[in-house]
Design a protein around this ligand. Structure first.
Ligand SMILES: Cc1ncc(COP(=O)(O)O)c(C=O)c1O
Length: 401
């Protein structure tokens, strides 16, 4: 933007195209250069001293670990898109989960963690937080205002992830946040599914928003990266812990994420459209019991999703009618366009069998058949449907054998 002085309320798509770019300071080049830097030189001791002022520790370029113009550019854009105060980058989405938890919890504290959380977040509670004397209680993702009953005097964090990993329950985040704040706890949210673009977490009461930028922000399945966006109140606490732990992001990765961000709005719109088309088709299949996708009117979370989200992305679950594992594997192996692999959020479609029943403790996942997770990419949805049709054909053959 040539002038950022005026009170212009640019909309998100405009911000996606313009934020974090300062061509006037880089010979007019549209995109910012990539700073590969560890050492940052000062021209004299006065400048060296000035850069070490603790009050501006995270605002100046003084050591590669603490940020460069490349990482600052991405942070500026991410915070503005989600409506947060400031952002910080981490080496992975998982690091973006663990560092804020470490910042907000100390020995003797209690954490309320959603039962449908991303598995490795749970592992962190079990394997690391327990060793620090921090207790975790898992809660039903559909608990709503019932969360108030689980709050203890030492509950410092309520962790939400909506929709839930693998099972896609939509949480009533504003209600949970109100109860948490009433009891003096902070709300940390894994907002990766919606990205900063489709769930304005701070307007819904969240204090710290966590993103696996690896997914839709980067969008091309070629970078592992995390981002944390916070309110003003939480910024220094989380940023300081991240620095104390030595978290940072590689310059090329930050650049790729900034580049991905420019097209995130149009990509997400297409992911959502394609996913809805495939999900609707799947709903009508005789092999399918139900589709776990809040954008479908039949989904139990649809009303909340419509109230709180600005759209849907390309990731959802499918519960099949009862079928042996071998038949499901034969179906997946027959697919041409769906890759078999971890992660999601790239331009391409993926499929995996999942086991949501494993690891749950507060709720039971009693599905009537095997569960799959699909990521719907940017391919023509009709080709994806025809591919799945071939897969179901193989499923039926395997079941008849
Ligand atoms: C919901 C969610 N959060 C966080 C992560 C972790 O991201 P990363 O793979 O960048 O560590 C993932 C990865 O699959 C995820 O699905």
């Amino acid at each position: 933007m040539k002038s950022d002085g005026g009170p212009r309320n640019y909309r998100k798509d405009t911000l996606l195209a313009h934020l974090g770019r300062h061509p006037e300071g880089q010979h007019g080049a549209v995109n910012p250069p990539v700073y590969h830097a560890s050492t940052i030189l000062s021209s004299n001791m006065a400048e060296w001293e000035k850069k070490r002022d603790p009050k501006t520790r995270f605002d100046v370029v003084r050591y590669g670990l603490l940020g460069t113009p490349t990482t600052f550019a991405l942070e500026e854009a991410l915070a503005a898109i989600e409506g947060g105060y400031r952002a910080m980058l981490m080496s992975s989405g998982l690091a973006a989960i663990t560092a804020p938890l470490q910042a907000c919890l100390k020995c003797g504290d209690h954490l309320l963690m959603v039962d449908s959380a991303y598995g490795p977040a749970r592992n962190f509670c079990e394997r690391v937080l327990t060793r620090c004397g921090i207790a975790t209680t898992y809660y039903d993702p559909l608990i709503g205002d019932g969360i108030a009953k689980l709050m203890r005097p030492n509950t410092k964090v309520v962790y939400v992830e909506s929709p839930g990993s693998l099972t896609f329950e939509v949480q009533d985040v504003p209600t949970i946040a109100a109860a948490a704040h009433e009891a003096g706890a902070k709300v940390l949210m894994d907002n990766t599914w919606a990205s900063p673009y489709l769930f304005p977490s701070f307007a819904r009461g969240v204090d710290v928003s966590i993103h696996a930028a690896t997914k839709y922000i980067v969008g091309h399945s070629d970078v592992i990266l995390g981002a944390v966006i916070t309110t003003e109140e939480m910024y220094l606490k989380v940023r300081t812990m991240a620095a104390d732990l030595g978290h940072c992001a590689a310059p090329d990765d930050a650049y790729y994420a900034l580049r991905g961000l420019r097209t995130m709005g149009v990509r997400l719109e297409r992911h959502g459209q394609n996913a809805l088309a495939v999900a609707r088709w799947l709903q009508r299949r005789p092999e399918v019991s139900r589709v776990l996708y809040p954008a479908l009117p039949e989904d139990p979370g649809h009303a909340l999703w419509k109230r709180d989200f600005l759209g849907a992305t390309g990731l959802f679950g499918v519960v099949l009618k009862p079928a042996p594992k071998e038949a499901v594997y034969a179906m997946i192996d027959a697919l041409d366009l769906f890759g078999i692999g971890s992660s999601w959020g790239g331009f391409e479609s993926l499929i995996l069998p999942t086991n949501p029943e494993r690891g749950r403790t507060a709720t039971r996942w009693n599905a009537e058949g095997p569960t799959l997770r699909l990521h719907i990419g940017l391919e023509d949805p009709q080709d994806l449907i025809e591919d799945l049709e071939r897969g179901f054909h193989r499923l039926r053959i395997a079941m008849a054998a």
